[in-house]
Structures are given as C-alpha cells and as structure tokens.
Design a protein around this ligand. Structure first.
Ligand SMILES: Cc1cc2nc3c(=O)[nH]c(=O)nc-3n(C[C@H](O)[C@H](O)[C@H](O)COP(=O)(O)O)c2cc1C
Length: 246
C-alpha cells in the first residue's frame, strides 16, 4: 500500500479526456492491476467489467468505464471503495485519468449473486491535469474531523482522500493509541438522499484505503476491527484502529 502514497499527491478527478487511446499494453496493465487489489474484507466477492464509456450513461468523453459489481454483504460498498481507490491511484501512476462516477446507471443492477456498486470512467488525458504536490486540494483540515490526533502526519495524508461531491463524511476520535473512524451522516443535508447514502459508504472505504497508506508509510504496525454500514443513527462506527509501538 505504501507505494501508492506518491500518487495521493498526483491523482485528481479527470473530467476531460484526450482523443488518444490506451495502448493494448496499458489496457492489459490496468486490467491486471484489478486482480492485485487488496480487499478490506476478503470474503466479499467483487467483479469488474471494462466497457466502452459511450455504452454507458457517463457524460464524460473517456474511452472506458469500469463497472464494479459485488456481493451485497455488510460493508460491501466500503470494501468496494477500499479496493477501487487503489486502482484509481495506480492509474495516476500511468498518467491515465480516472473519475469516480456515482451518477452512473446500468441496465441490469443484478448479475447472478452480485449487485452493481458503482462505475468509474477512465482514459488518456493531458498529463498536466494531475496534481504536483499537497497544494491545490480543496479539503477540510485534519483537525476538523480528527479529535485527539497523535501524529499530524497521518492527518495530512488522509485528509486528501476524495469523496462524492467532496463531502468528506469521515470523523475520527482518538484516545491514546486507539481511534474510531465514523461515517457522519447529513453533512451535506441537501444531498441526504438514497444516492448520497450509497456514495458515502464508498467514500468511507476510500478513506480507510488512505488511512492504511498513511499508517504503512509512517511505519506503524496496527490492527483494525470493522463496524457496520448501518443507516441507523447520525454517526456510524466503520472501523476501530489500534496502533502498536513503531
Ligand atoms: C463515490 C464517488 C462518487 C463520485 N461521483 C461523481 C460523479 O458522479 N460525477 C463527477 O463528476 N464526479 C464524481 N466524483 C468525484 C468527486 O466529485 C471528487 O472526487 C471530489 O470532488 C474531490 O476532487 P478530486 O477527486 O479532484 O480530488 C465522485 C467521487 C466519489 C468518491
């Protein structure tokens, strides 16, 4: 995971693509990486399909869309966010643009035992669209969502995680070497509908992916227990981390 840290500072949502096509080799690399993603929950089955973007309802001029299907178990969307964010970051390493596309719809929501989770569009873009460092991010400060933070460096990394409509639904409460990660509901009240609930669960997986990249990059040994994807209550416990000494 820690090898992905450098792309945290590079990736951005790419909404304008060039006419240039991916080479066969690039497409093979992109597909191959899907098989290497680390799951958050290994026993949830996840499948991917790459289709031409113009066969979807995606409004961007990307060459392809990645359609993500998953078994519908507890934390299935969080697991999808966790896995696919690794792929998003990897594509930045290849100068291939990606945009999570929550507005995406598919004709068949179900495929056997799997349910459609989300799509992302991707394709070649002008490499100058990527970021060059930790500036040029519109994000909350870590202190706004993480109480009791013991290592500011972790906050500086995880605050850069992307989320639907940049809603940043995460909250972290730390006491000594233990911290809880919550999904805070209704932060963007105008959008607190079904779609938004769905996206925010994916967002939490993206956040846990950034958390693991940050912890591993900073040399922490840690353990994690997982909570739920429940819709009950204003704050939902998604994960608890315990840090061992470095
Ligand atoms: C789950 C999810 C769904 C998203 N859906 C859309 C979308 O439908 N359309 C879009 O243009 N951007 C979408 N985005 C991109 C976000 O708006 C973007 O990640 C956020 O504003 C932060 O900007 P950045 O990715 O450039 O850092 C989505 C992002 C996530 C994580």
């Amino acid at each position: 995971m820690k090898e992905l840290l450098q792309y945290v500072y590079k990736r951005r949502s790419v909404r304008r693509y060039s006419e240039e096509k991916l080479t066969d080799e690039e497409l093979a690399q992109v597909e191959e990486y899907l098989h290497q993603l680390r799951p958050l929950i290994p026993d949830i089955k996840v499948e991917f399909q790459i289709v031409p973007c113009n066969e979807t309802n995606c409004k961007y001029n990307a060459e392809y869309c990645l359609l993500v299907y998953s078994e519908e178990k507890n934390l299935w969307l969080t697991n999808v966010g966790y896995m696919v964010e690794q792929w998003d970051l990897y594509l930045a390493s290849l100068d291939i643009g990606v945009c999570w596309y929550g507005m995406g719809k598919v004709a068949e929501e179900r495929q056997c035992d799997l349910r459609y989770a989300i799509m992302l569009c991707f394709g070649k873009c002008d490499p100058s669209v990527f970021r060059n460092g930790d500036y040029d991010f519109s994000r909350d400060d870590a202190a706004d969502f993480w109480s009791g933070m013991s290592d500011a460096r972790l906050g500086e990394i995880v605050r850069l995680a992307p989320s639907a409509v940049n809603s940043q639904p995460w909250r972290v409460d730390q006491v000594e070497n233990k911290f809880n990660v919550y999904r805070q509901k209704g932060k963007v009240p105008i959008l607190s509908n079904q779609l938004f609930k769905h996206w925010n669960k994916v967002d939490m997986g993206i956040f846990l992916c950034y958390m693991d990249i940050a912890l591993e990059s900073e040399g922490y040994i840690y353990s994690r227990t997982l909570g739920t994807e429940s819709d009950e209550g204003k704050r939902v416990l998604v994960a608890t981390y315990t840090l061992d000494d470095k």
